[in-house]
Design a protein around this ligand. Sequence first.
Ligand code: ADP
Ligand code: MG
Length: 500
Amino acid sequence: METGNLVEAAATPVVTRLAPTEPASVAGAKDRWDRVRRRLRAELGEDVFSSWFARVEIGAVVEGVAHLTVPTRFLKSWLEAHYAERLRAHCMAELDAPNGVALSVRQVARESSEPCQDLSAQRARPAQARPATPMSDVAPASAATPASDRDPMDACGTLLDRRMTFQSFVVGKSNALAFAAAERISAAPAGSTPYNPLYLHAGVGLGKTHLIQAIAQDARQHGKRVAYFTADRFMYGFVAALKSQTALAFKEKLRGIDLLIVDDVQFIQGRSIQQEFGHTINALIDAGKQIVVAADRLPTDLEALDERIRSRLAGGLVVEIGELDEALRVKILTTRLDGLKAAHPSFHVNPDVIAYVAKLVATNGRDLDGAANRILAHATLTGASVTMETAEAAIRDLVRTREPRRVKIEDIQKLVATRYNVSRADILSERRTAAVVKPRQIAMYLAKALTPRSLPEIGRRFGGRDHTTVLHAVRKIEKAIVEDRLLHDEVDLLKRMLQE
Ligand code: ADP
Ligand code: MG
């Protein structure tokens, strides 16, 4: 990322007085500014250029400082954060501006008559522009946006599953905290942000998507403007906006909402998209908008994201949804089967069978859905009533394919200890001799690879180590097995032994 020294325009108080009375120099500057634009376009490519620089205008060059204007504060801070050094270098070369660049936000109504405002004045009187919200420098929707574009969901959200509501969400020990936070956020008045951001994390199928979609639907019923995205849809929305040169419109549209929800943020990838994502999150939080995100891991483990985005995401309330205990699984399965019964009135599964199936399918809600569907299919195809045996037969494949996931950390530790001639206590201990460190790292790697446990949880199970230690071990072994064929085969064998 570029950081650079945009000059403080406050040091040149003459700007507003001089610029409008020097049309010749402004005209000359415009020609030369075109050369800067050509350089930027050539260097950065059309997409980046048109999304960040197309709306930058030259005001004047005064006392060696190039004064540039942009339509929004968002764009100004983005350029300052990412392109300061590049702008400075090109302006120095083409504009004869050795003293740097000053960016300021154009007032929409006065754009042509006053191309270059005095930044010092603007800084001193921030309330002057449009004080309603911290992001109030955006033109109101009615001024620039066609009516059809006003609802951010119409244009860029993901459709919601109507079945995923608070009412259909079964609350138990492992998700009670997440549920309470979700309800609280949904019911809070627009503009009030009880926990911001709310970060939900859990393994697959434990109800993240259900809960955040429930927030979206419920918050809408409370009259809030909600944008719900999967990570894919967010990336697609942004890339499409870049291509059609409407990236700014996309961002501005997002800023018109009360609540942004993004699912599966671990999938957000690509440098510029991540920056966009980070910037969007920051801008929305700073503007007092609520953010809710879900991921399959802790914010600190979102390795693809920039450190600052990670810590921003971790800065609100981080809640884990734990494994579904048996009681919860019984309730979820009962709810599912009741739902199916509505469409198939003769379908009945007695509570003993439900309890048995819920015991066998210990993984997650997705598999419980699968079990319910299979039992229904079995019952309707054979016409027989559902018994323990028929239920078990119906879900057999489901239980078997899920078996590898149920490797226990303890089993990993025991097997690895045996293989390397150390004790399990050695692995859990503080000892740092090579003979112990390597098996310990392999065991941690296997724990991450074969169980759904989070890094902190693995750390706890390895003698109370920090999650960063686990992450280090995982990365180290990942790298080592790429480089060392023998180790690769050895780890592979351990994996297979554990999964059998
Ligand atoms: P995730 O997004 O965490 O992978 P989902 O929210 O997609 O998981 O859940 C998978 C399935 O399990 C969905 O059909 C969901 O409705 C169901 N489910 C998970 N947890 C619960 C719960 N507590 N109550 C009711 N259904 C649940
Ligand atoms: Mg999900």
